[in-house]
Design a protein around this ligand. Structure first.
Ligand code: GLN
Length: 282
C-alpha cells in the first residue's frame, strides 16, 4: 500500500462515517504516523508504507470511527501554541480556555516572582502556558483525578517545568497546602456542565472524556461555590480568582465570597461569557 492510497482510504472511511473534516483528520493521522509535513503527505503518494504503518492506520481509523476524539488517537493536542500529551483520563484542552490565559497574564508580572494556583489542572495546559510566558512564576497545580495527574506530570516534564510547579492531589479547593494570603492569583477551568446535560453532549466528549472534568453538579455551579468558599483566603490582598465558565455567570447566589469584587468579564467570539476575574479587596 502506498501513501496516496492510504490517504484516500482514510478520507473515504471518515466521510462514510460522517466525520466532518475527513481530509484534515486523515492528514493529521499520516503526519503523526510518518513524522512528516502535510506537504510531504500530499506530495509523495508513491511512498510505500510498511506493514506496521498500515496496522497503525487501520487501528487509528477504527478508533476514530468508534467515536474516540482525534487528539486521544494522536496522543497530542495543541493549546497556546504548545503541544500537550493527552489520552483517556484527561480533558482535551479547548481553544476558548485561552481567554482565561490572557486574563491571567494581565495579572502576572513579567519582571518579578509570582505564585499561582490552578485548581483542576487537567492536562496542565493553563499552568504550562502561564509558566512559559512568565519565567519567574511558580505554581501549584491541583487535580482530583489521578489519571489527569499522570498527564499533567508528563506535560510538565516534557516542557522542562517540573522544577517550577507542585502537582497536588486535591479533592476540594480548601485542601491546598499553601499559607493564607500567599497567592498572587488562582485560576480554574472547573467542571461546569449541569449533570442532566451530559447525555446530550457530542459522542466524542460524552463517551470518552472524563465526566469528572465535565460534571458541575445539578445546576453546573458546584465548583464555583467550592472555589468561592475555599480560594479567597489563600489570595493576597489585590490577588485575583479567575474562572472559566460556559456562558452562565456564577453570582452571589452561588456563594460569591464577601470581600471579592468582580473586576473583569470576557465573552468569547459567539458572545458567551467565558471568563470572570474576581479580586480580593480585604
Ligand atoms: N484545566 C484543564 C483545562 O482547561 C482541565 C479543566 C477540567 O478538567 N475541567 O483543560
Amino acid at each position: 500500500m502506498n501513501l496516496g492510497y492510504a490517504r484516500r482510504f482514510i478520507v473515504e472511511a471518515f466521510r462514510d462515517g460522517g466525520i466532518h473534516n475527513a481530509t484534515g483528520e486523515a492528514d493529521l493521522i499520516l503526519i503523526r504516523l510518518l513524522r512528516v509535513s502535510r506537504a510531504f503527505v500530499m506530495g509523495h503518494p508513491e511512498k510505500i508504507l510498511t506493514g506496521g504503518e498500515r496496522a497503525y492506520i487501520d487501528k487509528a481509523v477504527a478508533r476514530r470511527l468508534a467515536g474516540e476524539p482525534l487528539q486521544y488517537i494522536l496522543g497530542e493536542a495543541h493549546f497556546w501554541g504548545i503541544s500537550f500529551e493527552v489520552g483517556e483520563g484527561t480533558l482535551i484542552p479547548r481553544p476558548e480556555t485561552e481567554f482565561l490565559v490572557e486574563a491571567a497574564l494581565k495579572r502576572l508580572p513579567s519582571d518579578s516572582p509570582s505564585f499561582f494556583l490552578d485548581w483542576g489542572t487537567g492536562s496542565g495546559c493553563i499552568t504550562i502556558a502561564l509558566l512559559m510566558e512568565r519565567p519567574l512564576a511558580k505554581a501549584i497545580m491541583a487535580e482530583k483525578n489521578p489519571r489527569s495527574i499522570y498527564w499533567a506530570w508528563r506535560n510538565l516534564k516534557r516542557n522542562g517545568l517540573h522544577g517550577r510547579a507542585l502537582l497536588w492531589h486535591s479533592r476540594e479547593p480548601d485542601d491546598i497546602p499553601v499559607r493564607n494570603g500567599s497567592l498572587d492569583l488562582a485560576v480554574s477551568n472547573p467542571p461546569y456542565i449541569p449533570t442532566k446535560e451530559i447525555d446530550g453532549l457530542m459522542r466524542e466528549v460524552r463517551c470518552h472524556e472524563p465526566h469528572m472534568a465535565l460534571d458541575g453538579g445539578e445546576d453546573g455551579m458546584d465548583f464555583y461555590r467550592k472555589l468561592f468558599r475555599g480560594v479567597p483566603v489563600m489570595l493576597k490582598e489585590g490577588g485575583a480568582l479567575i474562572m472559566e465558565m460556559g456562558g452562565i455567570a456564577p453570582g452571589p447566589d452561588n456563594g460569591c465570597a464577601p470581600g471579592m469584587a468582580l473586576t473583569e468579564e470576557t465573552a468569547d467570539f459567539s458572545g458567551n461569557l467565558r471568563c470572570m476575574v474576581w479580586e480580593r479587596r480585604a
